[in-house]
Design a protein around this ligand. Structure first.
Ligand code: AMP
Ligand code: ZN
Length: 113
């Protein structure tokens, strides 16, 4: 837990969020500025600033499994979806608590911008 981390504060219920799933290890909530009809952020309860600081591969494994479950709930598992972890400036990371974006409900371009 980091006192001044936005996503730790969401985990502690200090900041409201539209939560779509909770597990022992992760929570998932709707992005405040959605970039697709479905845009959910999956975060571990453990404060890991970015992929660069990841030590336990299970953390991302659990995030990915939960993303796939939520994709089913959102009805986008078959049509398709994108999962993204942005790391540092060139990728546009703005919140330094690791998170997986789950985006779907529209076609996506490749390569990403
Ligand atoms: P990134 O740019 O990959 O670090 O993603 C951070 C994401 O967090 C952005 O898509 C923001 O729209 C989203 N975000 C920022 N503040 C909140 C919040 N209070 N609740 C939900 N999503 C947020
Ligand atoms: Zn945090």
């Amino acid at each position: 837990m980091a006192d001044d981390c936005l996503f730790c504060r969401i985990i502690r219920n200090e900041i409201p969020a539209k939560v779509v799933a909770k597990t022992d290890d992760c929570i998932a909530f709707r992005d405040i500025n959605p970039q697709a009809p479905s845009h959910v952020l999956i975060i571990p309860r453990e404060h890991v600033p970015s992929l660069n600081q990841l030590r336990d591969p299970d953390v991302v494994g659990r995030m990915a499994m939960l993303a796939a479950e939520i994709a089913k709930q959102e009805g986008i598992a078959d049509s398709g979806y994108r999962t993204v972890i942005n790391t540092n400036a060139d990728a546009g990371q703005t919140v330094f608590h690791i998170h997986m974006h789950l985006l779907g409900g529209r076609g996506m371009g490749w390569p990403p911008g």
